[in-house]
Design a protein around this ligand. Structure first.
Ligand code: FFO
Ligand code: ATP
Length: 192
């Protein structure tokens, strides 16, 4: 799969997402929160969510459910064109522009190293391969955590319609542990 084939695949998946009825988008974002209990973690676990942009599934109801179970939440912020860091999300604290059209905690927020990352997806396949916007921001952040000896659990967040028949994994791609859609949490076989 060359990079132009990958871009085509990404555009197709994003077009599916953009085409969803806005009412379904809200309902399914709320439906996802009902599956929060299927993500097993200890209180104090650092979980990276995100503030939605474009037609992404809104993970905030899910994040609220995880926070009620003791998760410490953070969200990504662009430090430069290629680097994201995760900043603590504290209820009531102001959000600021965090780059590429995103909002999130400002530079005064604590930088956290997530134990679990909820990744906004453009597309995913049945093997747990994923597509983002193609900037490699999450790929690089995950690679950096690995260099620091951390192996964050990766859980993709998407609408079911964003599933694709096949995505070629590249050497830098780390497969997802699971994907969470409005139909529930689907785990992938990570031992294969
Ligand atoms: N909600 C959310 N936050 C996120 C991400 C994300 O995918 N979703 N990111 C995930 O990495 C990082 C930000 N990276 C991003 C990379 C590309 C685009 C984007 O919309 N790209 C447009 C072109 C933008 C432009 O250059 O004008 C595109 O792909 O069409 C957005 C965010 C961190 N925060
Ligand atoms: N660990 C890394 N270090 C440097 N560059 C990387 C790394 N991982 C990915 N990249 C680069 O990032 C670009 C985008 O990769 P890819 O097509 O896999 O995007 P994506 O998975 O959709 O993006 P994202 O990780 O932002 O969701 C590629 O050019 C790739 O070479």
């Amino acid at each position: 799969m060359n990079s132009s084939a990958k871009s085509q695949l990404r555009l197709g998946a994003l077009a599916q997402r953009d085409g969803l009825d806005p009412v379904h988008r809200v309902e399914w974002s709320i439906a996802v929160a009902a599956f929060a209990d299927q993500i097993v973690f200890d209180p104090g676990t650092v979980i990276a969510g995100y503030m939605p942009i474009r037609s992404e599934l809104d993970p905030r109801p899910l994040m609220q459910a995880l926070a009620l179970r003791g998760a410490r939440l953070c969200a990504p912020a662009l430090l430069d064109r290629t680097t994201i860091a995760f900043r603590e999300l504290v209820k009531g604290e102001a959000l600021t522009n965090t780059g590429f059209g995103t909002i999130g905690p400002g530079p005064d927020a604590a930088e956290l190293k997530p134990d679990i990352i909820l990744l906004p997806l453009a597309g995913f396949d049945r093997m747990g391969n994923r597509l983002g916007y193609g900037a490699g921001h999450y790929d690089r952040a995950i690679a950096r955590l690995h260099e620091e000896g951390r192996t964050p659990r990766l859980i993709g967040i998407a609408f079911a319609t964003q599933q694709l028949p096949h995505i070629d994994a590249e050497p830098h791609d780390v497969p997802l542990e699971a994907v969470l859609t409005e139909n529930g949490l689907r785990r992938f076989n990570t031992t294969a």
